[in-house]
Unconditional design. Structure first.
Lengths: 338, 187
C-alpha cells in the first residue's frame, strides 16, 4: 500500500472477489468500517459485473498547461472541504494615471487575437501610402505639366491673332498685378504653385509677342525704332551663328556600322568591332564596304583567325581598291610568319 | 525526486507540490492512489460507468488547475466531498426537479482522526464502554463481534444471524452513534 490510508486497487478487487487472506481481509474490513470514501467506492464497484475491466478502462486526463505559482499563497477562507470553483480573472482597469509601461504590459497579458489583423492593416496602409507617394504623385504632376504646356502653346497664337496690342498690354498689366497679388500666398501646395508658374510663363510669352507686334508697328512708324529693331535682329543672328559653331565643334558620334566598328577597332575591341564591320562589308551600297572589309580582316588577324583574315585580304587585293597595297603588305607579312 | 520517493510522500505533501510547483509526478502519484476510489464513488452516485469516468476526468483536471486556490488540510475528506458534490451537480443537471440532499460525513472523519488529541486513552476507554452500552442490541452485537472479538463481516453475520449488508449497516451506524456519544462526552 502507498503512503495512503485508503484501500489500493488490488485490495479492492481482492475484497470484492473474496480472494484476500484473513489478515488482509481484517485490515480491509477495519478500514472500510471507518472510511466513507472507500465504502462508497466499494459500493459503486460491487454493482459492476467486471470490476477489473472497469478499472482498466479508466483513461488518464489530459492536463492543461498551467504556469507554476510558487509565490502565491493558497486562500485562507477555505477551511471546510468544498467543491472546486473556477475563479474568473478580474478585468484589468487601467486608470489615466498609470504609467504607459504598465499599460503596455497589461495589453500584452491579454489574449492577442486582434494582433495579426492590426499588423496586416498597418502594413497595407503603409504599402498604399508608399505606392501613392512614389508612383501616383509624380505621374499626376507630370500629367498636370503636360496639360499646362499644351495650354501655353495654344494661347499665344490666339492672343497674337485676336487682340490689339494696346488692349493686350492693359490685359497683361492686369494679369501681372493679379499674379503679384497671388504671390504672397506661400502656403499653397506644389500643384497650385506649378499652375501659377505656368500662368506667369504664359503671360510672359504673350507679352513677348505683343512686344514684337509693337516693334513691327513702330518700325513702320519711325526709322529710329526700326534701327533698334534691326540691332536686336543682328544680335539674334550672332547668337544663331555661335550656336551653329558650337554644334560643329562638338564631335559627331558614329552613326553607321562602319564608323562604330572602326571606333571599336581603335579601342582594340576586335571581337565587338568585327560584328559591326561584318554588317558594313556585307552592305555593298555602303561606299565604305571595302574599308570595312579591310578592318574586318585586321580584326580577324589580331583575333588569331589567320585563315579568314588571309581570305579577306585576298578579296581586297582582287577588288583592286584603295586598300590593295596595304592588304598585299599584310598578306606578305603573314606569309613570312608562316 | 524519484518515483519511489513520491510514493513515500503523504497526500498533503503531494497536494502541496501540485499546488505550488505544478509537479506532474506528484499529481500522477495522487491520481494512482485515488482514481479507482473516485470511479467507484462516481459509479455509486451516477449509476453508470461512462458518466462516472467522465466525472473523474473532470474532477482530476480541476484538481490540477485549481488546487492552488484552496488550502487543503486533509486531502481525503476534501476529495471525497468534491467528488460527491460534482456527482450531485451532474445529477441535478440531468434532472433539475430531483431533490438530492448531500450528506456531510467529514466532520466525523476529522473528529475520529483528532480524537486522541482531546482525551487520554484511559478516559477514552471508559467513555467508549459507556457509549457502547447505550447502543441498541443489533448495533451493540455487531460492533462487539466486529471490533472487540475481531470477527469478519461474514463471521459476524453467521454469529448474529443477520445478512452481510445488515451487519455492515449495523456496524457503521453503531460506529457513528459511538462517535456522537464520545463527542458529547468530550464537550
Amino acid at each position: 500500500m502507498d503512503n495512503s490510508a485508503c484501500l489500493s486497487k488490488g485490495q479492492m478487487v481482492g475484497y470484492v472477489k473474496n480472494t484476500l487472506y484473513p489478515e488482509e481481509l481484517r485490515a480491509v474490513e477495519l478500514h472500510l468500517a471507518g472510511c466513507p470514501l472507500c465504502n462508497d467506492a466499494l459500493e459503486g464497484l460491487e454493482s459492476q459485473a467486471d470490476i477489473e475491466k472497469v478499472l482498466a478502462s479508466i483513461t488518464p486526463p489530459v492536463l492543461p498547461a498551467v504556469a507554476p505559482r510558487e509565490k502565491e499563497k493558497p486562500k485562507e477562507k477555505k477551511e471546510q472541504p468544498a467543491p472546486i470553483k473556477v475563479e474568473k480573472p478580474k478585468p484589468v482597469v487601467v486608470t489615466a494615471t498609470t504609467a504607459t509601461a504598465n499599460v503596455i504590459t497589461e495589453v500584452i497579458k491579454r489574449p492577442m487575437n486582434w494582433k495579426r489583423p492590426i499588423a496586416l492593416a498597418a502594413a497595407l496602409i503603409i504599402g498604399f501610402g508608399a505606392y501613392w507617394y512614389f508612383e501616383m504623385r509624380p505621374k499626376d504632376n507630370k500629367q498636370l505639366a503636360i496639360n499646362t504646356e499644351e495650354a501655353v502653346t495654344d494661347t499665344p497664337q490666339q492672343t497674337a491673332n485676336e487682340t490689339a496690342p494696346i488692349i493686350a498690354q492693359s490685359k497683361v498689366a492686369d494679369t501681372v498685378t493679379k499674379v503679384v497679388a497671388v504671390e504672397p500666398k506661400k502656403n499653397v501646395d506644389s500643384i497650385v504653385k506649378r499652375k501659377e508658374e505656368l500662368a506667369l510663363a504664359k503671360k510672359k510669352d504673350s507679352v513677348g509677342n505683343e512686344k514684337n507686334a509693337l516693334a513691327a508697328r513702330q518700325m513702320a512708324a519711325s526709322p529710329a525704332v526700326a534701327e533698334t529693331a534691326t540691332a536686336d535682329e543682328n544680335i539674334a543672328e550672332e547668337k544663331d551663328a555661335q550656336a551653329a559653331k558650337a554644334k560643329k565643334e562638338t564631335p559627331k558620334e558614329p552613326q553607321t556600322d562602319y564608323e562604330i566598328g572602326l571606333r571599336l577597332y581603335k579601342q582594340n575591341q576586335y571581337a565587338s568591332a568585327l560584328m559591326y564591320l561584318k554588317d558594313a562589308e556585307s552592305n555593298k551600297s555602303d561606299p565604305k564596304h571595302v574599308d570595312a572589309l579591310f578592318y574586318s580582316a585586321l580584326c580577324n588577324k589580331y583575333l588569331g583567325k589567320d585563315r579568314r583574315a588571309r581570305k579577306q585580304f585576298e578579296r581586297i587585293v582582287e577588288a583592286n581598291g584603295a586598300y590593295k597595297k596595304a592588304a598585299q603588305k599584310q598578306l606578305d607579312e603573314m606569309k613570312n610568319k608562316d | 525526486m524519484s518515483k519511489s520517493n513520491y510514493r513515500n510522500l503523504n497526500d498533503e505533501d503531494l497536494v502541496n507540490r501540485i499546488a505550488t510547483k505544478q509537479d506532474q509526478e506528484a499529481f500522477s502519484t495522487l491520481y494512482q492512489r485515488y482514481v479507482h476510489l473516485a470511479v467507484g464513488v462516481c459509479i455509486k452516485y451516477l449509476k453508470a460507468v461512462e458518466p462516472a469516468q467522465d466525472a473523474v476526468q473532470v474532477v482530476f483536471t480541476k484538481l490540477w488547475t485549481d488546487l492552488h486556490q484552496y488550502q487543503v488540510r486533509k486531502f481525503k475528506p476534501w476529495f471525497y466531498q468534491v467528488l460527491r458534490n460534482h456527482c450531485l451537480m451532474e445529477l441535478r443537471k440531468n434532472d433539475p426537479s430531483q431533490k438530492i440532499v448531500a450528506e456531510w460525513n467529514m466532520d466525523s472523519m476529522e473528529f475520529e482522526e483528532t480524537l486522541h488529541h482531546k482525551m487520554n486513552e484511559e478516559q477514552l476507554l471508559i467513555h467508549l464502554n459507556l457509549c457502547l452500552r447505550a447502543l441498541n442490541e443489533e448495533q451493540k452485537a455487531c460492533v462487539t463481534h466486529f471490533y472487540l472479538e475481531q470477527k469478519s463481516y461474514n463471521e459476524t453475520a453467521v454469529l448474529t444471524g443477520y445478512s452481510d449488508k445488515m451487519v455492515k449497516s449495523h456496524i457503521q451506524n453503531g460506529r457513528r452513534n459511538l462517535k456522537i456519544c464520545l463527542r458529547q462526552k468530550v464537550n
